[in-house]
Design a protein. Sequence first.
Length: 217
Amino acid sequence: MEQLEQFIEKMKTRFSEIIQKLLLEIFGENNERLDFLLDSFNKLQPNQQRGALAGSAVVFFLMIMMGIWIYAAQVASLRAEISDSFSTLRQFRSLANEFGMENTKFTLLVDSVKGKVDATSYKPYLDQLAKKNGLSLGQLDERDIAATEESPLGKELRDVAIDVNFDNVSLPRLLKFLTEIEKSGKYLRIDDLRIRSRYGTKLFFDAKVLFRAYKPA
């Protein structure tokens, strides 16, 4: 109802503007053209006055028809604008609903990740898991990775890189350790793995693992 009232008010305003422009074109500023026409008409002979009246009637009729045509064109234009506005409004509401649902999913996902990641350091967890599998952690370097501006997680979670070195480790134990990490649900993932053989033995190796993880921002 409110939009219909706005449409009617807009139509009234445009029609009033059209009428004012037509009157201005016909009569001029302060009706100066009308005064000039009346003076000229009074100076004409009766037969000339009749001809002038007939011509004026034709011109007036044509101008009325032109005004109606302009009015109809303006109405059609307004209808098209309102139709486009309603279509845009429907699309906006649809997108707003989709955004709301996706934002809810995103929030639930972030909350789930925050509930499973370590807020301080991953070293105690990795050290405990290594000991469980008969391994001994070597040097461990944990550092933040700058988030890109396009990353939606940047304001909620920090991306962390963790370099871990293992010296003199057997491949079966290392594989079991890495498998348990992948299945831990702590969003720790293996980003890079390098294994180097040790001189004088074929059973033990030196390994360097790069993990990627998240921390609350």
